[in-house]
Design a protein around this ligand. Structure first.
Ligand SMILES: C[C@@H](C(=O)O)C(=O)SCCNC(=O)CCNC(=O)[C@H](O)C(C)(C)COP(=O)(O)OP(=O)(O)OC[C@H]1O[C@@H](n2cnc3c(N)ncnc32)[C@H](O)[C@@H]1OP(=O)(O)O
Length: 174
């Protein structure tokens, strides 16, 4: 009786020793980690790429008349200090931006980039408040205390370009 108990205990010990690395492999394998959310919010699709332009009519005409894209009317967004025009591209959009008012956030950008240039990218998120909380913890500077309502009538925030490898990043609640 004692001998058979001893043999069973030894067998169990052997199985435990071999199962620990197996468990580690399983835990680190893709099939396992893909099902474990790393945070409470998720990035979605690229909503738009924004281009600051010194002459909105000329830029509109380039995309509409020369490149044949579908181009929206000009919309003034005084709370953002910009005029916007959207260019439909099928898989995403371009947002043409032009300064509105004396305190426009794109004025100094256009002073440095006289002929215009890529100003920001906008990526959708499923939970902007959760994104803000986590990004703050990770010391990414958010350029407003609270989300603002963006060009699509949805809450948006901007992340400092110096914390995003030189690119101004807008996050929009999907
Ligand atoms: C309607 C809405 C929507 O789509 O829903 C919109 O588009 S609103 C679109 C307009 N709104 C926004 O952009 C809101 C968020 N933007 C901001 O808060 C500001 O523009 C900042 C990004 C903080 C820049 O502020 P400001 O122009 O006063 O500072 P600054 O000229 O001294 O720039 C500080 C440093 O950041 C760099 N920097 C400035 N703007 C940049 C940009 N767009 N992309 C990459 N780098 C940029 C400068 O070169 C400089 O680097 P160096 O020190 O190395 O020279």
């Amino acid at each position: 009786m004692a001998a058979s108990l001893g043999r069973a205990a030894a067998g169990l010990l052997t199985r435990l020793q071999t199962s620990a690395p197996t468990l580690r492999t399983l835990l680190s394998s893709n099939s396992f980690s893909q099902n474990v959310p790393s945070c409470l919010w998720k990035l979605g699709r690229l909503n738009h790429v924004a281009i600051a332009v010194p002459d909105l009519e000329k830029a509109q005409s380039l995309y509409k008349d020369v490149l044949g894209a579908q181009v929206s009317e000009t919309v003034a967004l005084p709370e953002h200090g910009v005029y916007t025009v959207f260019v439909e591209l099928g898989n995403t959009k371009l947002e043409l931006l032009h300064p509105l008012g004396e305190k426009s956030p794109i004025a100094s950008f256009l002073q440095k980039n006289k002929t215009g240039g890529m100003h920001h990218i906008c990526i959708e998120v499923d939970d902007i408040k959760a994104a803000m909380a986590e990004l703050k913890k990770k010391k990414i500077r958010i350029l407003s205390e609270e989300p603002k309502i963006g060009a699509h009538g949805k809450p948006v925030i901007f992340l400092h370009p110096k914390d995003c490898h030189g690119v101004l990043v807008e996050l929009e609640q999907a």
